[in-house]
Ligand binder design. Sequence first.
Ligand SMILES: [Zn+2]
Length: 286
Amino acid sequence: MKMKNYVLKTLAYNKQVRIFFLENTDMIKEICNHGNISKSLKTALGKTVSIATLLSGTLKGNQRVSIKINASNRNYKLFADVDSMGNIRGYINDALLNTPLDNKNKLSVEELIGDKGYIQVLKDLGMHSIFTGTTDMPYGNIVDDFSYYFKQSEQTDSFFSVNMVYDGNGEIALCRGIMAQLLPGAPSILIDTIKEIISENQTILGESENFKEIPYLLFRDIEVVEQFPVQFLCGCSKEVFYPMLYSLNKEELVEAYKSEKPMEIVCNVCGKKYSFSSQEIKGLVQ
Ligand SMILES: [Zn+2]
């Protein structure tokens, strides 16, 4: 089977830097296309998920990374979770999904994040070792804010780039990303060189038919070390939604089972619908 979504892991500049190239057009379409979300929300979610996906390529064993983007309006949040097997999930919280502001005023990503946005990263490194980092978002475009995050919070020189291209109907036509990180001992200035090369070659990134050629088109001294498959995996099940029913008050539940109509809960992450029969609801109340 042809691998649709994957990360090409490479080493470049005499193995002083790792550069990951991500092709995830299909996955981002799948994540962004259920529910009716605006273009800027698709862009914000697509960028957040792409960065998280690039980071999944750095994980080992049962390590996991969770990202939370908090907009200046504290009700609005975006999430992405990844593991070392390339399982990816990303979603927008209810308040942001349902904001009338966005549809009416056509907010840009920068306007959505505002000047008081911040990033929270939680790394579960396994063996009960948790690392958390928080930084503000001086760029407000998510992508450059992650370069800033890594410098501030993890003292790593990094550069991220995410290309999202839309067709004439506002549908996602392409999504690709790059992450470059200097390895210990590499001269700090190297990240600027790489940033320049990637910025000058946006056309190649956005248009090249043969994705696997891109590393060689951009860099002379580069070696592909692995092709790492990634996939959208929500992991939801009916059981996951029982606590949501518990959070309703007892009168609502009694009313629901008396009406003898099933209750339907839709997963915000993948769009899957779960139905709870009046008998199941009755079981919860007793
Ligand atoms: Zn789901």
